[in-house]
Design a protein around this ligand. Structure first.
Ligand code: SGN
Ligand code: CA
Length: 524
């Protein structure tokens, strides 16, 4: 009943808004831009760590174009996901709900149920034109989009296959450039210009295996990246962390991840990964192979001769990983610049909210890792930069989560958050308003286990200062962190004397959230 009422109320809001949208391009409205609805350009990368965005962190690289969004808008300093994995994150964003409620709990979950309520569908109801271009990763075909042009599955970096409104086609070139060009082309020539629009521009990059664009292969060649202080973490007091399989030292593959497929066929790694690495190379066309070889062959030769072991090998792997990853970021940044330039040139900039984010964070060697999944800060957090014309500039420090994106975008379009969405609109924060009762704690739940990288199932709660995590399923481990005293989460305080009261309070808060969101798996 409650759900029906909310749909009804929304349809009323929708009707009212449609009336104003019908005159979107009228000469009168062109004069008074403040009365026009906002477009949304939502740029989301896959696995882009906040550590490699210079608006957040200056240690590794410069991202001047991505930073423009922050400089002309806001930087969220406490932005998080609900379940640090691609498909689930996307489902949380589209539905505004935690994973158990939208049904897409892990990447091997089958297909996302596209018949359910999503924010793009609600936008369509109030007269928006919607499109998704790039990585989709939800198995079922997109629903709620007037136009969709998606990569198949994880997508490929080179010469990727797309499904364009249901029809498969391969496109020659580098994914980040292609996706950007398609998105600009959609805004420029394909959409219905009498309507406001919401474009989801989803890059495959910088997902594993971090393949750079040809023009970026030699970038920053002489740079030596700083090793994180906890690169050689021994995981004392953290059993689940000790059992993961996402270590740069032991799990990062020389051929698959680090591209050391030698022509002499002397380097061999795990059969499956070696084969996958070699077939990735074989996807390249002759021109691409020539540029690839020119860059990697000398590195392979030097690597083969140097017979590295122990720490020298570990740190060589880290440098190689960072070089490739950052080169991939460089291409993303350049392509974000292209989108911003297009919006400026076409006169859309003042009428468009621009979002830059990632489906989750990523480890840049912290704890010795790549990948994500854990509720630890590097992968629980995700970058979030928003440029809202007429909105606030500077930092927003309140804790936001990817379940809030749908409600926020709907709010911008004048649509009330449906009562069954878990997320909350942060539009008031973007407009610089004070929201005294903003949430004080976040809920997280990760499910994909047993699976690649062997991160155990866990749920947890994070407050501004503390974090409590429970790993369950084939393990029963609690972890407690004081993020102020131990920001790298190296000291598990759970069970230590003096933490009893804090633990009790956090368990109470955790249960409160599980009840509030109606998660059937509860704090035990
Ligand atoms: C692939 C990757 C994993 C990664 C998952 C999930 N392996 O399976 O390393 O954790 O995707 O990533 S790979 O051999 O295919 O590269 S996600 O961002 O799509 O959820
Ligand atoms: Ca991802």
């Amino acid at each position: 009943m409650e759900k029906l009422t909310s749909v009804f109320l929304n349809s009323l809001v929708g009707t009212a808004t449609i009336l104003s949208f019908s005159s979107f391009d009228s000469p009168k409205n062109k004069k008074d831009k403040s009365k026009q609805p906002m477009n949304i350009v939502y740029i989301m990368c896959d696995d882009h760590s906040y550590q490699t965005i210079s608006a957040y962190d200056q240690r590794f690289t410069q991202t001047p174009n991505i930073d423009r969004i922050a400089n002309e808008g806001v930087r969220f300093t406490n932005s998080f996901v609900a379940n640090s994995l691609s498909g689930p994150s996307r489902a949380c964003m589209l539905t505004g709900k935690h994973s158990h409620a939208n049904g897409y709990m892990d990447n091997s979950n089958g297909a996302f149920d596209g018949s359910q309520q999503t924010y793009p569908k609600l936008l369509q109801q109030v007269g928006y034109e919607t499109a998704v271009i790039g990585k989709w990763h939800l198995v079922s075909s997109p629903t709620g989009f007037n136009y969709w042009d998606i990569l198949v599955g994880q997508g490929e970096y080179y010469n990727p296959t797309f499904i364009t409104n249901g029809v498969k086609q391969q496109r020659e070139g580098y994914a980040t450039n292609i996706v950007t060009d398609l998105a600009i082309d959609w805004m420029d020539t394909k959409r219905d210009k009498s309507k406001p629009f919401c474009l989801l521009l989803h890059h495959k990059a910088p997902h594993r295996t971090w393949m750079p664009d040809l023009c970026d292969l030699d970038l920053n060649e002489d740079v030596v990246y700083p090793l994180p202080a906890n690169f050689y973490d021994k995981y004392e007091g953290r059993i689940p962390a000790s059992k993961q399989e996402m270590s740069i030292i032991k799990d990062m593959d020389l051929i698959y991840d680090l591209k050391m497929a030698d022509k002499e066929d002397e380097i061999h790694t795990k059969t499956g990964l070696e084969q996958a690495g070699r077939s990735m190379y074989n996807r390249l066309n002759p021109e691409q192979k020539a540029a690839w070889d020119k860059h990697y062959d000398p590195i392979i030769k030097k690597f083969n001769e140097s017979k590295l072991t122990g720490k020298a090998l570990a740190e060589w792997k880290y440098q190689q990983y960072m070089h490739d990853y950052i080169r991939v970021i460089h291409s993303i940044d350049r392509n974000v610049g292209k989108v911003l330039d297009y919006l400026a040139k076409s006169g859309l900039l003042d009428q468009t909210m621009i979002v830059y984010t990632s489906d989750q964070g990523f480890y840049m060697g912290e704890h010795g890792w790549f990948d994500k999944r854990f509720m630890y800060e590097e992968s629980f957090r995700t970058p979030l930069l928003v440029r809202l014309p007429g909105g606030k500039q500077g930092d927003i420090d309140q804790m936001v989560q990817n379940i809030d994106y749908g409600p926020t975008i709907l709010d911008l379009a004048g649509v009330k958050t449906p009562s069954d969405m878990h997320g909350v609109s942060f539009l008031p924060l973007l407009r610089g308003k004070k929201v005294p009762d903003w949430r004080k704690s976040l809920y997280y739940h990760f499910y994909e286990y047993p699976a690649e990288h062997a991160v155990r199932r866990h749920y947890g709660v994070r407050t501004e200062r503390y974090k409590l995590i429970h790993f369950y399923n084939d393990i029963d481990c609690w972890e407690l962190y004081d993020l102020q005293e131990d920001p790298m989460e190296m000291h598990n305080l759970y069970g230590q004397s003096g933490t009893e009261k804090l633990t009790k309070e956090l368990k109470k808060e955790l249960l409160k959230l599980q009840v509030q969101y109606n998660d059937p798996i509860r704090n035990r």
